[in-house]
Design a protein. Structure first.
Length: 123
């Protein structure tokens, strides 16, 4: 089961969320973060006088999807975040080894087909 993490500018968050909803993806986590990437700007340091990277606000979206939803999710994020412009963020795709429901007590390990059931339940 893929875990998709996208780091995008907060100004793109509504557009990305709308694209994900349009693609039938409703279960996601959004976090407010700060950081900088390769297209960073620099500001003078008060302590040393040297320039240091400017730390900017960032929105972090995390969404676990089934294998067949992975590319659709990436495409929706790219459309919403307008990745054709520089400094629009990064998408990471990793393998989610396990998931456990706190309230339901189920685990993906209990039923190998559960990950597909969970993904289609969101549709």
């Amino acid at each position: 089961m893929p875990m998709i993490t996208a780091l995008i500018p907060p100004s793109s968050l509504n557009d990305v969320e709308n694209e994900l909803l349009s693609a039938g993806l409703r279960d996601l986590t959004i976090s407010e973060c700060v950081g900088y990437g390769r297209t960073q700007s620099f500001v003078p340091s008060l302590n040393t006088g040297r320039e240091i990277p400017d730390i900017l606000p960032t929105a972090k979206i995390e969404i676990a999807v089934s294998n067949d939803q992975c590319q659709r999710t990436i495409d929706a994020i790219i459309r919403g975040a307008h990745f054709d412009k520089g400094g629009r963020g990064t998408i990471f795709v990793s393998h989610l080894e396990s998931a456990v429901s706190i309230s339901g007590g189920w685990s993906i390990d209990d039923d190998p087909q559960l990950s597909d059931t969970l993904a289609t339940a969101a549709e």
